[in-house]
Design a protein around this ligand. Sequence first.
Ligand SMILES: [Zn+2]
Length: 240
Amino acid sequence: MGSDAVSGVVLGHVDLGEADRIVRLLTAEEGRISLLARGARSSRKRFGGLLDLGMRVRVERARGRGLLARIADVELVEAVDRARTEIERIALLAYGCELVGRLAGEDVPAPRLAHLLVVWLELLEGEAMPGSASRQSLEGKALTFSGLLPSLTTCAACDQPLEGGVRFDYEHGPVHVECGLGTPVTAAALARLEELRRTPLFETPGQAPSPAGWVLAEHAQHQLGGVLKSRGLLADLALP
Ligand SMILES: [Zn+2]
């Protein structure tokens, strides 16, 4: 029993019975956590939209006998505003929350991933429209912070620099054609991904994306062992 407070970004929810919801949050201190929101389903007024995707909130949490702590109170830290007004931003919001949230562990500290998601949300609220270069930069950073990004400039098999046409092996990383199998990609396209990975997110709108397309998303999916569902909508939009 007892209560405490935690701040985080709403990653989504699942319905529980007729009235309740389980809400997932990404927090710096505890990574991904799940909380019980009693009445969130039966009464719209109960939490007033504060538990929608991408909202930054401070939650007062009450612990009872159950496995899940319950949300006793929610306070808004920062709302999703502009990012709800355009389909491209909505898709980028959903994708960022899913990718970063999935890469964070459950109940283990994730300060860098939590901060990355906050910067992503701020980017989506800004004037400039983020594009594919922004998305690739986010993927590179998120994989780096979760320890899952292989070198993008050297071969995962022989450690020598990549040149010309290469392969991306989603288990081990990019390899020379003679060193392994995988999705065809060029060393130049991977070098561009590496540049974008090191570029602050706020500088990415308007920048040229890497021709490597979705290889980092594919790599993340392979490492996570499951599809990133929000990728479909984003891919359909054909962002610049
Ligand atoms: Zn090699």
